[in-house]
Design a protein around this ligand. Structure first.
Ligand code: AMP
Length: 405
């Protein structure tokens, strides 16, 4: 489903367009209309399903439509990392709305307190907070939650695992009773149901399960700098002489053209497919690939879902897909109909956090291969890498993190 069919404000559609989000993910398709209607919601969904945008978009829509002049939204999360990730998505999605947000979490520097307080005094639309830090601010009366109308719990199961139950109850005792409540959790144990029963009103329930990739797909990955990707690609293709069907995925149409050009320059027979092509041209390119006339095809996610081409030997992810579910769809193009297949992903430094989310989602650690010697060393696998390099931002947001098309 396209986002403009869901009833979102045009300023949000513009941001989605800039960020390259073309279609709503299943959880977005189900959750956004319900949240827009004002219902409470409980969603069972993991990171990688697009759950963050599933609650941010309708909340931003509400902020635009209601034109609040006060802090309307509180997002409670278990960790500082998640707070920062959510904040970053808000910055992208809220770019054309003027809505502002602030992160409150523990473990920062001594001066953070004053910066946070100053930002809140100026007024923010959305507060994203870890429970402990929020309680400190509530006790010190440095945050005002009297006007909160939207309360979101993210990764609720993790918060309970970390022992935040009492803190959450305490925070809620500070909030106005009339609110819309949304709760997201990767699992749905009885204690989460109890929490939901206690604080949500007739919640609409959504559960998004992602199927795991077939065991018949041999998955591996390379840690690479961007400059190493083109020679690595050529080296992989060269080393798979017995493969007669190789599908390369990349995230943007522009990159499709670049990869096609580079491989052709090296003498490979290769074609590209993206939404730039007319329907008839796309069909012709796909037909040539299906019939093995074309050995190597470079594609965007346009064809990661749905197409059923038999005997694709290898799927190469030239970059890590934005959405973890797309990884499963992309590599699922190989090893169809009981055959075996291989999937190789190139991970640059910026994509490590995304790849970790994918590994979490599919509950499997993907082996990282050594780069061919002639390419030199790649980046190190950082298990605590953060998308924004851990930068903090307090106060009014002016930066846009999404990609302009
Ligand atoms: P989340 O499950 O919220 O952690 O989202 C996982 C990743 O998917 C994030 O990097 C988002 O930027 C990305 N994402 C969310 N929704 C979409 C969408 N509709 N299309 C493409 N990417 C998306």
């Amino acid at each position: 489903m396209k986002f403009n069919e869901i009833g979102l404000h045009e300023n949000l559609l513009e941001a989605l367009d800039c960020m390259g989000f073309e279609k709503a993910t299943p959880i977005q398709e189900k959750a956004i209309p319900k949240i827009l209607e004002g219902d409470d919601l409980i969603g069972c969904a993991q990171t990688g399903t697009g759950k963050t945008a599933a609650f941010i978009l309708p909340i931003l829509n509400k902020i635009i439509v209601k034109n609040y002049k006060h802090t309307s939204t509180l997002i409670i999360v278990p960790t500082r990392e998640l707070a920062l990730q959510i904040d970053q998505q808000i910055q992208g999605l809220a770019y054309f709305t003027g809505a502002t947000s602030i992160c409150l979490y523990g473990g920062g520097k001594a001066g953070d307190w004053n910066i946070q307080k100053r930002a809140m005094d100026q007024g923010v639309d959305i507060i994203i907070a870890t429970p402990g830090k929020l309680i400190t601010h509530l006790i010190m009366k440095s945050v005002n939650v009297d006007t909160i109308e939207n309360l979101i719990f993210d990764e609720a199961d993790r918060m309970l695992d970390m022992g935040f139950y009492e803190d959450i109850c305490r925070i809620i005792s500070f909030l106005p009773e009339k609110r819309q409540n949304l709760m997201f959790s990767a699992t749905m144990p009885p204690k989460i149901r109890d929490l939901a029963k206690r604080f949500l009103t007739n919640p609409f329930e959504i559960s998004i399960a992602i199927s795991k990739p077939s065991e018949a797909i041999a998955q591996s990955a390379y840690l690479t700098y961007d400059a190493q990707k083109e020679p690595l690609l050529a080296s992989i293709i060269d080393s798979k002489k017995n493969y007669n069907s190789i599908l390369i995925f990349t995230s943007t149409k522009r990159k499709v053209n670049g990869i096609v050009k580079s491989l052709r320059g090296k003498g490979y027979q290769v074609k590209g497919i993206s939404s730039d092509l007319e329907q008839k041209e796309r069909e012709d390119v796909l037909l040539d690939f299906t019939t093995k006339k074309t050995r190597v095809l470079v594609a965007t996610d346009v064809i990661s879902r749905g197409i059923d081409i038999k005997d694709i030997n290898l799927v190469i992810n030239y970059d890590v897909p934005k959405n973890a579910a797309d990884y499963v769809h992309r590599i699922g193009r190989t090893a169809r109909a009981e055959t075996k297949g291989e999937a190789i992903t190139m991970i640059n430094e910026d994509d490590m956090y995304k790849f970790k989310n994918i590994e979490k989602l599919i509950e499997k650690e993907i082996p990282k291969q050594q780069l061919p010697k002639e390419l030199g060393e790649g980046p190190e696998w950082k298990t605590n890498s953060k998308r924004n390099g851990g930068k903090k931002f307090y106060g009014k947001k002016k930066k846009f993190y999404g990609k302009k098309k």
